[in-house]
Ligand binder design. Structure first.
Ligand code: ZN
Length: 292
């Protein structure tokens, strides 16, 4: 797996046992929206260059859901790949190949193996961005009310803002740093005031603040749209999520309010570390105070 290229070539193969449950134009429209998402999120550093095959008859009957083993998934990928090759598409010349299967009613919507994606339902923007995120090496964006996982339940895709969770706002600053879209960010080492700008445009100011603790690394970021608030995500150094990058946990309730951010005037105590107060939140920047 690798970070996306500036021109990432993506082929979508429509494969079924003969049905055409949605149109090529539908998929092209969704791909254009996914491309817009990546262009916006990467500040123009990544563009998807996409092709879509016509519906190809790849299976003699509904291919089912693959089951738990890679072997049966391989069989589905293999049949769809063969159908694409017969139709004149060289799947090896693309960075990522998305196989969208018709005639399917599976309990899951998509799965990714390396740079091959299989979708069991009509592609949506959120689903495409999520599965392509996996091909770029990102794991799931978790959510929890706290990082003491004996006390708080971890939700695997519980990040309500990142497309690697259940959200559709934007990739997190942590994910953008993994993807190479933002440079190294400052580490908080002293109790003082810090200025933070949203990770939504190139900037020489801090687009995130990083706090190292014994248990792992905190990523703090500011958003000014559609809310003005500071988010806290924790990357647990004891987690292993291979083959993907380590996942971050979004703190879903940093205050008693039912939202995953703090607003101006509110504070959050990072466990065993700083107390962070959002002292000023404007449309362009935030000011944070760190105290022991
Ligand atoms: Zn996933």
């Amino acid at each position: 797996m690798a970070a996306p290229k500036s021109e990432e070539r993506v082929l979508v193969v429509l494969a079924s046992a003969g049905s055409k449950p949605y149109t090529v134009a539908d998929v092209q429209r969704t791909l254009a929206q996914a491309n817009a998402f990546f262009e916006r999120s990467s500040f123009g550093q990544v563009h998807l260059r996409t092709d879509v095959t016509p519906w190809l008859t790849a299976f003699t009957q509904s291919p089912g859901c693959g089951g738990a083993t890679d072997h049966s998934l391989d069989g589905i990928f293999g049949a769809a790949r063969t159908a694409a090759r017969r139709a004149g598409y060289d799947t090896t010349s693309y960075d990522d190949v998305v196989y969208a299967l018709g005639d399917n009613h599976c309990g899951f919507f998509g799965t990714t193996v390396g740079h091959d994606v299989m979708l069991m339902k009509e592609p949506t923007v959120q689903l495409l961005v999520h599965e392509l995120g996996h091909t770029f090496g990102l794991g799931h964006a978790h959510g929890a009310d706290c990082i003491d996982l004996l006390r708080c339940a971890l939700e695997d895709t519980g990040d309500t803002l990142s497309p690697m969770g259940s959200g559709s706002l934007d990739f997190s600053a942590y994910e953008k740093s993994l993807l190479g879209w933002i440079p190294g960010q400052p580490h908080v080492t002293a109790p003082k005031r810090y200025v933070l700008v949203p990770p939504t445009a190139p900037s020489r100011l801090a687009q995130a603040l990083v706090v190292e603790t014994n248990r792992g690394t905190w990523w703090i970021e500011y958003r000014s749209k559609p809310f003005r608030g500071v988010l806290f995500r924790f990357v647990d150094s004891s987690f292993h999520s291979a083959p993907y990058d380590p996942s971050a946990i979004l703190i879903l309730k940093p205050t008693k309010a039912n939202r995953p951010w703090i607003v101006q005037g509110e504070s959050y105590r990072i466990p065993y570390s700083w107390r962070v107060t959002l002292t000023r939140a404007t449309s362009t920047r935030a000011e944070l105070r760190f105290r022991p």
